[in-house]
Design a protein around this ligand. Sequence first.
Ligand SMILES: Nc1ncnc2c1ncn2[C@@H]1O[C@H](COP(=O)(O)OP(=O)(O)OP(=O)(O)O)[C@@H](O)[C@H]1O
Length: 778
Amino acid sequence: MSSHSSEDLLQPGHVIKERWKIVEKVGGGGFGEIYSAMDLVSKEIVAVKLESVQQAKQVLKMEVAVLKKLQGKEHVCRFIGCGRNKDFNYVVMSLQGKNLAELRRNQPKGTFSISTTLRVGVQILKGIENIHSVGFLHRDIKPSNFAMGTSINNQHVVYMLDFGLARQFTGPNGEIRAPRSAAGFRGTVRYASLAAHKNKEMGRQDDLWSLFYMLVEFSAGHLPWRKIKDKEQVGTMKEEVDPKVLLKTLPKEFEGFLDHIASLNYEDTPNYRYLQSIFELCIRKRGIKPSDPLDWEKASFDVSENLSTATNQLTGTSVVGAPQQTVESSLKPSLVKRDKPVMRELVENMAAKADVPVLNVSKEDAEERVPEEEQKDNPAEMFRRKEPKHSPRLRRRTREFRKSRPELLRLTGGGEGNASVDEGSNRPGMNDQMTTYTTQFAQADDDIVSNVAQMTKAPLTLMSQYRPSFEVSDEDTDDDLDASEDGDKKQDGKPTTNGHGSPRLQRKAAIVNQAGNRVSELRRSGLLQKFDPKAANQSPDRNALTRSQTLPDLERNQPNTAQSPSSLVPPNPMQKATSATNLPSALSRRSALRSSNNENRPPEVPPKPLEELSAQRLKEIHEEAEQEIAMTTTPSPTPLGQPLLENGEDLTMTPSTLRAKNGKMQWPPVQTNRRLSAGADLGIHAAALKDGKVTPEPSPVFQHRVVDKPVQNGNGDGLPDVLKSEGWIRYLIPRPPLDQILPSYMKTGCIAARRRRYRPTAILDSNSQWKEYVGKPM
Ligand SMILES: Nc1ncnc2c1ncn2[C@@H]1O[C@H](COP(=O)(O)OP(=O)(O)OP(=O)(O)O)[C@@H](O)[C@H]1O
């Protein structure tokens, strides 16, 4: 929660347009203030972004324009309303959770695991592709402009924020606008591309450069220029940095990512599919599942779980009868404190997921959970939180727990006498309407943490180990630079103050996580194995293990998955020189690039059709599909194997009378406005039309989708945005029942299809003719 100040445009309780009642300030950036508010109509908590009318640079209009254009696409907040009054302009949108800058800083080492980096990275890429598909550049891609969803349905979804610096790069007819000879710097220094540093007109590749810098920061914890504020100096560093340094903490496949974005000029359309395939390949190789906890979810749960195991080990007691883990206590303190309104749902959802009971605790108590003043220097003390004073049930169960665990109390010198529970006091004025938070045995749980901290201190001097390493990591997490990520923003920006977790809260979370990590180490060393046999099977660092594998090793282990990204990359001579296993040549090419000026760019090469990719793979798909169809008894309206359309066949008829001319088949009317889900139910599938012609030779994009990627076409009409932006429209043709083709597609490594969120998009026969086309999320 950001603290309110008299300078804020609004105070809690203020009602905008008789509809949105301000709850609290949740963020403030260079250009606006963000509040959570109660929508008095829908009764939901929403986000309101304000911009003072006095502000020199007015950006909210652009924000609203882009937000509206993006509605219906993934990774975009829902637009709820907008308006202005004499004091401010405002836009109302769905409220998200913490931004990625905060989440990273709250990590003990200030880094994300590769799993989290890849999973948020691929979504950010999609978000960037989405905004590009509507003709806009974001121009301020940075971690604090991406926030996580908060409900059970979207807590793993990344949302793109802040379109205030967006710029349209297309003209009225969709053509690329001519670049200006000089454009002012826009964006945030730390993540800005070199072109932005040089005041060049930014293109789509510049957003991708910022994503690349973000990925480096996520995985390494910092960028080499993190402490430099001077824009020119940062630009020089970016120009001179050894790519090897940047790539060090990322999977080696990201050489291809870097190579591709480095090969792009202003007018070039990035090969989003290729970039996406890099993420997806890395994700697949590491066996990362979409449902795996993200770092900020994992750390807290691990700690709690680890700590209770450690307690059992050290006290020799069984877990049976021990108090249940509380969900609320496993949330990071700062998370609980800051996002109370939003967190309620998350907490309850997490409770359901973790199968723990939910108790009502007052809002006041929730706020008391991590008061700043309680964060003493004594690490053990930092784990203490005040017990909810009003809960007799909690006190009773805490007492019971303590009685059942005398050895724990004896070991630690703890007990009722020195517990922090104020048995006598009962908070007056408790309010029935207080927010429900999930907690149970909060005090008991805290005691476990404290006691473990103390117990481990003696034999293992754990805390003395935590402390120094924690202090180092604290520094590494750029706490001192909280403002700089955003404060470096130029264009009249005032320094950002949107970091919510205070350094002390972060420190506290860091210690908890460190404790958890230490206990994990104990487990791995075998000390705790006896009490948690499951732990013995856990790989200490799956990413570290897989990272050491070579690309060919991994490919060999994935016979049924998609092609390696290197085989999908456009036919760029530079990329040929920079295969994933050929880092030195990649580096030398990159240094050559560095030394050349921008007029001296390498020649632009058009994207290569991916025939070599399709030949083998499509044949397999074809065979698999044939086999499966053969096994079914349902007759297919359009037998597989039969060419549906001639390449480039003229279909310039009116929708209502359109028929195929090739005599092989009667075609139903073109239906361009129908949702594909409905179409799928009707037994039709889609191809694409452009200028009255059926898709000629399948484009690389389609081939990617066939072998490598699920459908993610955004608005549900069955046609990928990227094709729509190229002028394709949707065309529906008969297809066999979905269940006949889905299983075969699933074998191709289509992650989303396995998860049943998306249907695969298209299957071509071995002659690259359209065979199947299936749509959008089920
Ligand atoms: N819809 C939202 N839900 C939750 N938090 C949000 C939302 N929009 C913005 N925020 C929070 O407010 C912060 C600042 O928002 P935003 O980037 O839109 O403002 P800004 O003034 O343009 O900031 P900056 O100029 O620093 O980019 C974000 O980092 C995020 O933490």
